[in-house]
Design a protein around this ligand. Sequence first.
Ligand SMILES: Cc1ncc(COP(=O)(O)O)c(C=O)c1O
Length: 405
Amino acid sequence: MTAWEKRYATRARGMVASEIRELLKLLDQPDIISFAGGIPDPALFPVPAIESAHRRILSDPARAAVALQYSPSEGYRPLRQWIADYMTTLGAPCTGEQILITSGSQQALDFIAKLFIGAGDTVLVARPTYLGALQAMSAYEPVYAPLPRRGDNQRRSLPPSAGRFALAYVMPSFANPTGTSLDIADRAALLEATAALDVPVVEDAAYEALRYDGAPRPALIALDAARTGGIDEGHVLYCGTFSKTVVPGLRLGWVAAPLPVIRRLVLIKQASDLHTPTLSQMVMHEVVQEVLPAHVAPIRAAYRARRDAMLKALAAEMPAGVEWTKPEGGMFVWVTLPAHIDAAALLRRAISDARVAFVPGRAFHADGTGANTLRLSFSRADEAMIGEGIARLAALLRATSSNPP
Ligand SMILES: Cc1ncc(COP(=O)(O)O)c(C=O)c1O
């Protein structure tokens, strides 16, 4: 048997399957209530619109020939234009030329990391932050340092070893995993601090449209465009996705960014997979025109009810010493346990004894801290299951406090 491990490039060392992922594979068992996967509820997918768009495109020979053919790396022009119009409604006026369509926003994160991060460069991230972004960026061997927060003296708060600043990665609205958002003053301070450090900002807006209460807050790219005169003059790379408002399975996301950056990302796209599937893009273009934004209202209503059920159950059931966030949108509540409880050990007992699951929080921390934290997702379970699952978890925590694992 070949000794494969020693043949891999050094950057592959960081690419390890987590033990948690292995545990989470057990979650298909029907009696487990899972708050683990942060995925949309398929009952909310606009299946008839997707089905009829496929039929319309494929039953027209001229359109079928386009849909099933290779196409430009930048993306399907009408969909790029639709996205540019959407970005303009967000306050970031742009043209289709400033949009690259990617295979989900996950691919955008990978491409941006590939373009900007050299080994040893510093990437600024929140702690905790999106695990998938850490996975995408870690392949390019950065070191991580904390994102500037309002009032920080950023230079002084960074380790002296910090190399070139490659990127700052941020989810301003309803972050994964915490559910929290930056207020307007935080957003302005972040833009100012990153401009002073001369570091581009990756704005991951995956959950942006899923606001359940509170007033909308401007996207970073919009604030930056207003500050500088346009997105070409600014330093924000915006990653959007159709995964949370339409479906994730068509794998469609985008980057809106200054034109020179888009041109470079197009070269990376070409080398990686030539283009995002043409048929998916054409179908999405029809579907968004037909069902958005009306389709987002029922999605928001369903998730809002589940968020409310989870917050109510947590307040009613959790023992003293447990704290949690109160998100205004998105799919997640972030729980902090008393310092002595290890959430990974708790998950084993939660699955075997209480038949309830969550994601332990350590993996979301670039610095390996956060052992006493966990992420709960409310997107998949109905309100009754949420109440039952939180009651089971709270009972386990009470038992754990008197009998630690
Ligand atoms: C914060 C965040 N960014 C990006 C993604 C990637 O989404 P997609 O590749 O489906 O657009 C996810 C997926 O859950 C996410 O939570």
